[in-house]
Design a protein around this ligand. Structure first.
Ligand code: CP
Ligand code: NVA
Length: 309
């Protein structure tokens, strides 16, 4: 199992065993930090570029802190401040990254741009969110689910809302690879493409399954995990009016929660638009694990970096 030097663009590029290795090391790293044992300096003497084309709070902070804890040097770069903003190609930029840094963490609009960056940069590229995938979020969310529920096999994870968003698509991919049952509830227009659904089914571990429905109640019935994300993702603002109207029946509120398993947990990648996809009483309620979920990004990303950089 060789992880060193590989890009981390989708969890689907890794086997179930490899994903389990990331999770296992994340667990050790979390435990060490809780005991105030300093992290091993896996990135000593290394520099990591953090290229952002979109805003970020959690991803930017957790990567910056994580790289520092591993003894590395994080360099935050705003896409628009680089020559990229004036038309230098992604191809040339990737080559230049290879002259100076040991890895690149990148948040972009088009997933194809991330692939182009990964193809030209001779160092590993980590997807910090693209329009299609958010694999660090998804692997970290599986870590949180395993912490809370002991594993993914036999669990029903219901994503309710914009099923075609990056967070939903990556969550489905990772949950299926790790053996869970994934249900996505969204209006047809917000469902993952047929092509992606078929790819995801091919990646599924034995016993895992993917269901797509338009009925939020059907999705959350007896679900162990209820997950939602914003209705207007970054880059879809021009369609906000339609999205807010069409996704309204998919709000995660106490009525929907009542249909789930009695010990279900509620997850959200954050940022939340309170009162839209989720109500205050639910996100602040006893079933919500959103803050621990956010914290776990740090541990899981440190694990990913320590193994591939
Ligand atoms: N969940 C997440 O990726 O948050 P940010 O956009 O704040 O990084
Ligand atoms: N789907 C959201 C996730 C933010 C972390 C977006 O792309 O804006």
């Amino acid at each position: 199992m060789e992880l060193k030097g590989r890009d981390f663009l989708r969890t689907g590029d890794f086997s179930t065993e490899e994903l389990e290795l990331f999770l296992e090391r994340a667990s050790q790293m979390k435990l060490a930090l809780k005991k105030r044992v300093p992290s091993e300096k896996y990135l000593a003497g290394k520099s990591v570029a953090m290229l952002f084309q979109k805003p970020s709070t959690r991803t930017r902070l957790s990567f910056d802190v994580g790289i520092s804890q591993l003894g590395g040097h994080p360099i935050y770069l705003n896409w628009g401040d680089l020559q990229l903003g004036r038309g230098e190609t992604i191809h040339d930029t990737g080559k230049i990254f290879g002259c100076y840094v040991d890895g690149v963490v990148a948040r972009v609009y088009r997933h194809a741009d991330l692939e182009a960056l990964a193809a030209s940069a001779p160092v590993p590229v980590i997807n910090a969110l693209s329009d299609e995938f958010h694999p660090c979020q998804a692997l970290s969310d599986c870590f949180t689910i395993i912490e809370k529920k002991g594993g993914l096999e036999g669990l029903k994870i219901a994503f309710v809302g914009d099923g075609a968003c990056n967070v939903s698509q990556s969550l489905a991919e990772a949950v299926l690879q790790l053996g869970g049952t994934m249900v996505i509830a969204s209006p047809k227009r917000y469902s993952p493409s047929e092509g992606l659904i078929s790819d995801l089914r091919k990646l599924a571990k034995r016993g895992a399954s993917l269901q797509i429905t338009e009925d939020p109640a059907e999705a959350v019935r007896d679900a162990d995990v209820i997950y939602t994300d914003v209705w207007v993702s970054m880059g879809t603002e021009s369609d906000a009016e339609n999205r807010l109207r069409e996704l309204r029946p998919y709000q995660v509120n106490k009525d929907l929660l009542a249909i789930s398993a009695p010990d279900s947990i509620v997850m959200h990648c954050l940022p939340a638009h309170r009162g839209e996809e989720i109500t205050d009483d639910v996100i602040d309620g006893p079933r919500s694990v959103v803050w621990e979920q956010a914290e776990n990004r740090l541990h899981v990303q440190k694990s990913i970096m320590s193994l591939i950089l």
